[in-house]
Design a protein around this ligand. Structure first.
Ligand SMILES: [Zn+2]
Length: 113
């Protein structure tokens, strides 16, 4: 269900942008999804495909960019870029880390015809 409402949000946004550009069709949508956002790509694609049927974005391809997670060590304040979470600080080994980024969800850009 979560993915369906996200897909609806994406469709609404891209449709509005496409209208202002006089586009006939949306071919590709680029999305940024943080690893910790809890958003799964497959269900999102599936939901988007279902709700975009007969819309300007029908058959549009979703392209996902997954940025690295950025943590900050609370002991030595060093920023840690990691693909995994949780991860200890590489400098002091502390596991007291704060999440600085990883929850992103953004529409980056799109291609239209
Ligand atoms: Zn540290």
């Amino acid at each position: 269900m979560h993915e369906v409402s996200l897909a609806e949000g994406i469709l609404k946004t891209v449709t509005e942008i496409a209208k202002t550009q006089n586009a006939q069709r949306i071919t590709t949508i680029y999305l940024k999804i943080g690893k910790l956002s809890g958003i799964a790509q497959d269900p999102l694609e599936f939901a988007f495909e279902a709700i975009s049927r007969d819309s300007i974005a029908q058959n549009a391809k979703l392209v996902f960019e997954v940025p690295q997670i950025v943590l900050q060590c609370t002991k030595c304040n060093v920023d840690v870029k990691t693909k995994n979470f949780p991860a200890p600080c590489p400098k002091c080994g502390s596991t007291c880390v704060q999440i600085k980024s990883g929850f992103e969800f953004e529409i980056l850009s799109m291609e239209i015809e």
